[in-house]
Design a protein around this ligand. Structure first.
Ligand code: TMP
Length: 213
């Protein structure tokens, strides 16, 4: 029987919505079903892409242009796709990615105000049609997210004003209505309720993967 290629799942949301905890939830669900997977993140996932992440997130005196930011995340993405994501999918492994291109639309597009068409051009160039099979958007009012984040040391992207995160959130919600692959999860619920909502979506994705030839 030919090996089935893996599924590509991305997890999105503004800062403080609980992505890290819920990557753990997804990992446990896949482990319990003996599905091989890799967890990774963007920007990052390979040594070079992690260096580009550091370059992007470091607090610096120099003003960072929004287009520079966009090019850094797409350079990291190219490296990540070629060296980690595509090989893992081809081996039949699932890829669980903490953020992907929807973050570029939400942060650099809606947040920074770059034209969405520019992002779409880079997306086409770098991804050549490859998209996540399922994108879970953890949605939370940024004022609540900010309360959760208060104790954390902040990187460059986490140091924006509330209005920036409101635009990011509206960007994610605008994207969510454009395709069936998006599932919005209310991240303001209890942790158990969020985990249960993720399990529903993941179970549907697993059964589709098992039944589709
Ligand atoms: P995080 O994944 O640890 O939350 O940090 C990554 C930061 O990078 C986060 O502030 C969102 C930002 N980011 C972008 O601005 N554009 C992108 O395309 C990606 C993947 C992340």
């Amino acid at each position: 029987m030919p090996q089935r290629i893996g599924r590509f799942i991305s997890l999105e949301g503004s800062e403080g919505v609980g992505k890290t905890t819920n990557i753990g939830v997804i990992s446990q669900l896949l482990e319990a079903r003996d599905i091989p997977f890799v967890c990774t993140r963007e920007p990052g996932g390979t040594p070079l892409a992690e260096s580009l992440r550091d370059a992007m997130l470091t607090q610096r005196a120099e003003r960072v242009d929004a287009l520079t930011e966009l090019l850094l995340v797409f350079a990291a993405r190219m490296q990540h796709l070629e060296n980690l994501i595509k090989p893992a999918l081809a081996r039949g492994e699932w890829v669980i990615c903490d953020r992907f291109t929807d973050a570029s639309y939400a942060y650099q597009g809606y947040g920074r105000g770059l034209a969405l068409e520019r992002i779409a051009l880079l997306e086409e160039w770098v991804q050549d049609g490859l998209q996540p099979d399922l994108t879970l958007i953890l949605d939370l009012d940024p004022t609540l997210a900010e309360q959760r984040m208060r104790a954390r040391a902040k990187d460059r992207m986490e140091s924006e004003q509330l209005e920036f995160y409101q635009r990011v959130r509206s960007g994610y919600l605008a994207r969510a209505v454009t395709s069936e692959r998006y599932k919005v999860i209310d991240a303001g619920q209890t942790m158990d309720a969020v985990a249960a909502a993720i399990e529903v979506q993941l179970t549907a994705c697993i059964s589709d993967w098992q039944t589709r030839p």
